[in-house]
Ligand binder design. Structure first.
Ligand SMILES: *Cc1c(COP(=O)(O)O)cnc(C)c1O
Length: 482
């Protein structure tokens, strides 16, 4: 499989070439030249596989520059019951017939980003070892991404992580999760500023190309294709789990055409569009998905797009701080991938929208025909507010006896509005409630349970370096610690 850019550059790259990179040179995102299309026989063959073996089958359609035995070993090392808590890796939590949560948050940092980041850690160590290179990952985090990256890269050979976070602004639990890591290759830098300051510093360091090359600076941000690919797997797993739970998984000789397999829908709490974009890829491969429901919080740039065909990223000043903070984004960094497919893979048109129009007008509007095409891709959307979140947390606890987190609550709120009779709906659970305890207490009046092994982590010794919100001190720290 070869990869090309969404902005028209047709230079073909291989998986391991783009693994350690960010944007394509023309500013676009990498996508496979074509999605592998499944047939019904393949789906029948995959229905009984373990999660790791399913992951191997899917990944090997997209990765042809890692020997199959090595790839299988990497994947089996990643998706274990020890790391993810159950042999199903992403088990369902049934709510009522036709409605379930798919648990993606039982990894080390209790959020779905572990699903991809744990694989990325294995892939990075493998590829860097093969090249005899090292990589220094520089990132900024307000919580989930940074901790997932650190837990994935801790102790990995050839990789160091330098993670900037706003000093004193993450929750005590999130700080404890990150700062308690004692691994020599993990560096927590608490910047005396806000998250935007952290991001500006990362950008400034990355834009200094001499420094970047000299100190081998890289990233693990959400536009990384390998992260997206890892996420495709749980849509397949969820599909099989849902049909099995409903007693509708074809046994024995299965339907001979994909159109005769039952359909399942997914609702996805969304921010950067990385999670739901993986669902789009699964659907393009032929997985029978009826609807992909994009759920946003008050930062509803994606909901607006799917309702109107107008994409209007918000300035930072218009980005709300909400009680589902991991979805507080102003600009959905993976969204261009979907638009590329929506527009018939017309790279020139994508460039005209994402480069020319966005830079000139701060927005773009699709034509009526293009907007009408959205439905053919199964997409629909909805939004949720703080009040909706509280109401849904209570409803879920009272009606289903389940305590969910605030992001998953946004998903459930929209799923209940959008689900269709006869089509099982899965709501992706993107974090555990213990991570966002304050809002759960506000809604339910008690503290959500925490996995036993994380009891009292706030009291552990912390390993963190405090720095002023300036570029030079961060560069100096990097130069002396790589
Ligand atoms: C990152 C994150 C999201 C948003 O996922 P995207 O891929 O950015 O759309 C939702 N919920 C939680 C808990 C997250 O950490």
């Amino acid at each position: 499989m070869k990869y090309i850019s969404t902005r028209g550059d047709q230079t073909e790259r291989r998986f391991c070439e783009i693994l350690l990179e960010g944007l394509a040179p023309d500013g676009g995102l990498y996508l496979p030249v074509a999605y592998p299309r499944l047939d019904a026989a393949t789906l029948a063959r995959w229905r009984g596989l373990s999660y790791a073996d399913l992951a191997f089958e899917i990944l090997s359609l997209y990765i042809d520059d890692i020997p199959a035995d090595d790839l299988r070993a990497l994947v089996r090392r990643t998706y274990t019951a020890e790391v993810f808590g159950t042999p199903e890796i992403t088990p369902l939590k049934p709510l009522e017939p036709g409605l379930a949560l798919q648990a993606l948050s039982n990894g080390p940092t209790l959020a779905f980003k572990d699903m991809a980041m744990q694989l990325l850690g294995q892939l990075f160590e493998y590829e860097l070892g093969r090249r005899g290179e090292t990589l220094n990952i520089l990132g900024a985090t307000s919580g989930d991404t940074g901790s997932a990256a650190e837990y994935a890269m801790r102790g990995k050979k050839g990789v160091n992580v330098f993670m900037l976070s706003p000093h004193g602004r993450m929750s005590p639990f999130q700080q404890a999760q990150m700062f308690s890591l004692q691994d020599a290759n993990i560096h927590n830098l608490a910047v005396e500023g806000v998250f935007d300051d952290c991001q500006d510093i990362v950008k400034a360091v990355s834009n200094d190309l001499d420094f970047k090359r000299r100190y081998k600076i890289g990233t693990v941000n959400s536009i990384n294709w390998a992260r997206l690919l890892a996420q495709v797997v749980y849509y397949f797993a969820g599909y099989f789990y849902a049909l099995r739970a409903e007693g509708r998984l074809p046994e024995g000789s299965a339907p001979a055409t994909l159109a005769d397999w039952p359909q399942v829908s997914f609702t996805v709490p969304s921010g950067n569009f990385g999670n739901v974009c993986a669902g789009h890829v699964a659907r393009m491969m032929g997985l029978p998905i009826a609807q992909l429901v994009v759920a946003t919080n008050e930062n509803d740039v994606l909901d607006e797009f799917f309702r109107t065909g107008v994409y209007r990223p918000r300035p930072t000043a218009e980005t709300h701080e909400t009680s589902s903070p991991s979805m507080d984004i102003s600009k959905a960094s993976n969204f261009e991938r979907f638009v590329y497919d929506l527009l018939g893979r017309d790279g020139a048109r994508v460039k005209a929208l994402f480069k020319d129009a966005l830079e000139r007008d701060g927005r773009f509007a699709l034509s009526a025909d293009e907007t009408a095409a959205i439905a053919r891709f199964g997409f629909t959307s909805g939004r949720s507010s703080h009040a909706d979140r509280l109401a849904t947390l209570r409803l879920c606890h009272e009606r289903y006896g389940q305590i969910i987190d605030t992001h998953t609550a946004d998903g459930l709120k929209v799923a209940l509005e959008r689900r269709q009779p006869g089509v099982p709906m899965l709501v992706l659970e993107t974090a555990l409630p213990a991570k966002f305890a304050a809002t759960i207490e506000e809604a339910l009046g008690f503290t959500p349970p925490r996995p036993a092994h994380l009891a009292g982590i706030e009291a552990l010794p912390k390993r963190v370096q405090r720095l002023p919100a300036q570029v030079q001190p961060v560069k100096d720290y990097l130069a002396t610690h790589v």
